[in-house]
Design a protein around this ligand. Sequence first.
Ligand SMILES: CC(C)(COP(=O)(O)OP(=O)(O)OC[C@H]1O[C@@H](n2cnc3c(N)ncnc32)[C@H](O)[C@@H]1OP(=O)(O)O)[C@@H](O)C(=O)NCCC(=O)NCCS
Length: 297
Amino acid sequence: MDSVRIRQMFPDDVPAAAHAEAAAFLEVDRMGRLWNEPEPAPPDEASRRRWIAGMGHHLATDPGGCRVAESDAGEIVGFAVSQNRGGFWYLASYGVVPGLQSKGVGTRLLDAALAHADGRPGMISSSPHPGATRRYRRAGFTMLPEMRMTGRVDRAALPALDGLRDGRRDDLEWMDALDERLRGGGHGPDHVHMLDDLGLRLVVSASPAERPGYVYINEESGHSVLLAAADVETAEKLLWEALAHAHEETVINRITSGNQWAIDVGLDARLDLGQTGYLALRGLPEPVPYLASGHHL
Ligand SMILES: CC(C)(COP(=O)(O)OP(=O)(O)OC[C@H]1O[C@@H](n2cnc3c(N)ncnc32)[C@H](O)[C@@H]1OP(=O)(O)O)[C@@H](O)C(=O)NCCC(=O)NCCS
């Protein structure tokens, strides 16, 4: 669509981009709704604010990776927010408003994001939307199905855990080195953002020199957000620690086929296995043991 212009995103664009994001993802939620799930609703004010704050972080850290599609009427009709972290690239958020999909706007946005990557290996947590999966595979990404485990944790199954402690700012250096081993680049400023701005709880291995590993836990929802470890035993302990924080219903997200250990932990906790979306990888092997975060991968 020639009447749509792809340009750099600026801070003033973020509220309009949030509007476009809400419309694009409401459609994804509607497409993926199972018969026994409630009708999806637009994001509430708190999630809208979180998305806007997240975009502020991306714009402050790597503005060149943040693009919008603007109609000739000046409306923001799409966005692609990607970030370079050292030698690693990821796509944090991407959408086109439903009325303008399938007209090539998404291709132009993704091309701009991939030009920003400049050949870096990269990762995307893909929705199951047919437009998204088509775009990513066509752009050369390997599509790994993502599983998830849901349900109520059987608290009687929680093991006694040792060898873990709360994480601190001075853990971030070895955490970045671990990220580098697992996915070709550290989270860098995203660690600081998760710790300080998002207020996630960080739990780490107490012996990071021998058995590095960490997990971020959203204490509000009781879900693990991102988990990385050098070995499966440490990863299992970290996941159990996250499950110990689970409230009523919980979820373990983005389990790829190489991470069967996470399925085993989930089954032991009496969670149910399901499937949704894809981890899309380009230029790097499947990270194991690793459970990617949705936005910071
Ligand atoms: C993914 C998305 C950004 C792509 O934007 P777009 O403007 O539709 O992209 P394009 O038109 O350039 O390309 C999409 C391709 O998928 C196809 N497609 C789009 N929607 C489709 C649908 N509902 N069913 C089947 N194919 C579809 C298009 O025909 C096109 O195919 P082509 O390249 O062979 O012509 C957009 O579809 C979207 O916002 N989806 C919902 C949000 C989402 O899932 N975002 C990705 C998060 S990881």
